[in-house]
Design a protein around this ligand. Structure first.
Ligand code: UT7
Length: 355
């Protein structure tokens, strides 16, 4: 057994795990990602809307993003399935070893079935528990907290956690949408999380918040009646099925909330900012991430940024970030990792893990 406890192996699906009074932990056994093949650069956007590569890079840190295309079979479910298969390969496990799949998404391919069901079928995972969870850009972090609790309570043992979003389906690529089209991209990230016989592995502290009164700051209306009564249509019009974002308001909210969230999470366990090995954050805007890094005096290598290549990928971003770190050999058992997300809802949340 390693210093931090060996992960428990796959279980028979029929053998329902119960904690039975024994404390168990949770461990991230594998991580994977999947991206659409089409790269959409700032230069490509310059051809469609009134913007410049310089403006986008200065205001957001983004150089390019990926855009999913149906003709390549790229859907929320198929990208999620590819990411989860990669995470299973990383963990040395098979789809049939999973007893649950939890998918964080804001953009399921259909209202029903849940994306988790489609992914289970695509991978051949058999009859397992599968459900989706929607907390927008905070979705993956909310899912990590949910899955850790399911495992510790004995409800689940080996869980596939997926964040998959094709948000560009709802982006307006005309000048009216230039505040959002520059920002968003598509992708998927996934973890395989399993029970561990070391109760000190898994979530050490968490926070999950929602201020529902702020939903008009970021929403996708399906019918005209979905608009809030006092919505200022100036510059927006009535754009059904388009992402509406009050960029300035969300930016202001994010800069203060993000730092407060880090402090709140550290306070719960009496840690200092420098005690955490990696901050794996939702990639919303490089300026928001830089502000948090500067407030806590963190070195660049502790707060991973990949928004330059993928843009804001909603529920996929945290999984994408961690997978890149893991693939680069930068994560090790025993390290402390704080996952952070915020977005539509408005929602914000953290999940501090001992790996
Ligand atoms: O993940 C979910 C949460 N979402 C976020 O975290 C997004 C948060 N918000 C943001 O990242 C930023 O608000 C944006 C990147 C969306 C916009 O940046 P900003 O610095 O807040 O710009 P702004 O909206 O205040 O606009 C500044 C100027 C305006 O012109 P005037 O009024 O100063 O003449 C805009 O019309 O920039 C103009 N502008 C653009 N110019 C070139 C707006 N969009 C563009 C554009 N290209 N694409």
């Amino acid at each position: 057994m390693s210093e931090h406890g060996a992960p428990l192996g796959p279980i028979e699906k029929s053998s329902v795990h119960t904690a039975g009074g024994m404390r168990v932990g949770a461990t991230i056994l594998g991580a994977g990602m999947a991206l659409p093949r089409t790269v959409f650069t700032n230069a490509d956007l310059e051809k469609l809307i009134d913007t410049t590569d310089d403006w986008i890079q200065q205001r957001t840190g983004i150089r390019e993003r990926r855009v999913a295309r149906r003709e390549y079979g790229e859907t929320t479910a198929s990208l999620g399935a590819r990411a989860l298969q990669a995470a299973l390969d990383d963990a040395g496990m098979r789809p049939t070893d999973l007893d649950q799949i939890v998918v964080a998404t804001t953009t399921p391919d259909m209202p029903t079935p849940a994306t988790a069901c489609q992914i289970a079928a695509m991978l051949g995972a058999g009859t397992i528990a599968g459900f989706d969870l929607n907390a927008a850009c905070s979705g993956f972090v909310f899912a990590l907290n949910t899955v850790d609790a399911l495992i510790r309570s004995g409800v689940a043992r080996n869980v596939g956690v997926v964040g998959s979003d094709l948000i560009t389906r709802y982006v307006d690529y005309t000048n009216r949408g230039r505040g959002t089209s520059i920002l968003f991209g598509d992708g998927a990230g996934a973890f395989v999380i399993a029970g561990s016989d070391d109760p000190d592995r898994g979530v050490l502290a968490r926070a999950m918040h929602t201020d529902g009164s702020r939903w008009p700051d970021l929403f996708i209306p399906r019918v005209e009646e979905d608009y809030p009564p006092d919505f200022d249509h100036e510059g927006h019009g009535v754009d059904i099925n388009c992402l509406h974002m009050n960029g300035r308001a969300v930016f202001k909210f994010a800069v203060s909330t993000f730092s407060d969230l880090i402090q709140e999470t550290l306070d719960k366990v009496g840690l200092r900012p420098e005690d955490v090995d990696h901050y794996v954050c939702h990639q919303s805007n490089k300026r928001i991430l830089d502000a948090a890094r500067e407030r806590f005096g963190l070195p660049e290598e502790k707060l991973h940024i990949n928004i330059d290549r993928y843009g804001n990928t909603v529920a996929a971003s945290v999984g994408l970030c961690f997978t890149e770190l893991k693939n680069a050999g930068r994560v090790r058992p025993g390290q402390l990792v704080m996952f952070l997300g915020f977005g539509a809802g408005l929602t914000w949340g953290s999940s501090l893990w001992r790996l």
